[in-house]
Unconditional design. Structure first.
Length: 182
C-alpha cells in the first residue's frame, strides 16, 4: 500500500505545478502517434524511452514489428535516439543491432540525459519529441527541459518493482489530466 502522506504530497505537487506532469499528448502506443504531423511541425528527432514503451523490460532485443516500425520512421527522415534509465547492458543490447544512439542510466526526470540526446542528434528542444510511458520520469524530464512529450500507455501492466511504486500516484495524475480536460 502507498502511504497516505505520499499520496497527499503527490497531490500537492501536482496542483502546484501541474504543467510538469502533464504530457502534451497521450497515445495508446508508439504506433498510434501522428508522426507526419510532427514532421510538418519541424520535428526531426524522436527520443524514445525503451522499457514498456518500445518493449517490455524482459524482452532483450527489438522484435521484427518494432524494428520495422522504427525503420519506417527513419525512412520518413527522423533521427532516432533511445533514452533509458535502465542499465548499460540492457540498453546497449537493445539498441546496438538497430544502430541508433542510446543513453543508459539517463536518470530521468533529470534533464541531463535528455540534453545529451539532443546534443547527439544535433537538434534543439523545438525539434525533438520525447516518447515514453511514465509520468514521473519521461513526462517530467521532457517538461522540465521544454521538450514536447507524448505519454504512451505501458505495453504491459507488468513492471519492475521500482516502476510499480510509481503507477499508483501516476493514476492520480492521469485522473487529474482527464478532469482538467472536461
Ligand atoms: Mg518506460
Amino acid at each position: 500500500m502507498v502511504p497516505i502522506s505520499a499520496v497527499s504530497t503527490v497531490y500537492k505537487i501536482l496542483y502546484a505545478f501541474p504543467k510538469y506532469f502533464f504530457p502534451q499528448e497521450m497515445a495508446s502506443s508508439v504506433t498510434e502517434i501522428n508522426y507526419d504531423k510532427f514532421w510538418e511541425q519541424g520535428i526531426r528527432g524522436l527520443i524514445f524511452d525503451i522499457d514498456n514503451t518500445l518493449a517490455t523490460f524482459d524482452i532483450a532485443l527489438p522484435d521484427e514489428q518494432t524494428t520495422a516500425f522504427l525503420r519506417g520512421l527513419e525512412k520518413k527522415g527522423f533521427a532516432i535516439c533511445f533514452l533509458s534509465n535502465n542499465s548499460k547492458k540492457r540498453v546497449k543490447l537493445f539498441s546496438e543491432g538497430l544502430g541508433y544512439p542510446h543513453i543508459w542510466r539517463a536518470q530521468k526526470p533529470r534533464r541531463s540525459g535528455l540534453r545529451r540526446a539532443m546534443d547527439i542528434l544535433g537538434l534543439d528542444k523545438s525539434q525533438v519529441v520525447l516518447i515514453g510511458d511514465q509520468i514521473f520520469t519521461d513526462c517530467l524530464a521532457g517538461n522540465r527541459a521544454g521538450v514536447y512529450t507524448v505519454l504512451t500507455a505501458p505495453i504491459n501492466t507488468r513492471d519492475e518493482w521500482q516502476v510499480k511504486l510509481k503507477r499508483f500516484p501516476e493514476k492520480l495524475v492521469l485522473r487529474a489530466i482527464r478532469q482538467a480536460k472536461l
